[in-house]
Ligand binder design. Structure first.
Ligand SMILES: C[S@@+](CC[C@H](N)C(=O)[O-])C[C@H]1O[C@@H](n2cnc3c(N)ncnc32)[C@H](O)[C@@H]1O
Length: 167
């Protein structure tokens, strides 16, 4: 709910946020609290918002209020390793139109839940292929989280990325 509120605050008026860095991770004391101004600039996203074509809501991703066969794409970001993967796949398959895309980006850093859901990348691709999807692309893409010029260490992740099209 907090992220949804921030989305609308940024969309409506722009906001200033303050990131608090651990003292153990900065050289300069002035870098403990760093301010950022966030707003949505003019462009496609601004136009879609102003036209009422873009909105944000929260729900259980395993049981969404979206009708079946209604979406062109589902993006699952830093999420597939947090929820029971088969339930997530079944809900994405339900809401996607035929030809709709499921796009995954995130690490496979399973930390809780049933070990039966802790699939390797290849097992995930097999699950989708055997459940009515064609795999269009897959890769491992590195990124760095929480990096900035002020902090000393940040988190490096290798992310499992794939795009699956509902048949
Ligand atoms: C690692 S965060 C990623 C958030 C976002 N996708 C991003 O990249 O910043 C995972 C989020 O999933 C939420 N979450 C966990 N289980 C969920 C579920 N069943 N339905 C919807 N959200 C869930 C958590 O509360 C958390 O906000």
């Amino acid at each position: 709910m907090h992220m949804a509120q921030i989305f609308y605050d940024i969309a409506l008026k722009g906001i200033t946020i303050h990131r608090v860095n651990f003292r153990s991770n900065v050289v300069h004391t002035e870098d403990v609290v760093v301010s950022f101004s966030l707003s949505i600039p003019d462009g496609e996203i601004r136009s879609a918002l102003d036209a009422g074509k873009l909105s944000y809501f929260t729900s259980n991703a395993l049981d969404t209020p979206m009708p079946g066969n209604s979406l062109s794409a589902v993006a699952s970001i830093y999420f597939i390793d947090l929820v029971p993967i088969k339930e997530h796949m079944l809900e994405a398959r339900r809401v996607l139109k035929p030809g709709g895309l499921f796009i995954n980006f995130g690490p496979l850093r399973y930390m809780r839940g049933d070990v039966a859901n802790m699939l390797s990348g290849e097992e995930i691709l097999d699950l989708y292929s055997q459940s009515g999807f064609d795999i269009l692309a897959h890769d491992v893409v590195p990124n760095t989280q929480l990096a900035s010029s002020q902090v000393i260490t940040s988190v490096h992740s290798n992310n499992f990325v794939f795009v699956a099209r509902k048949r």
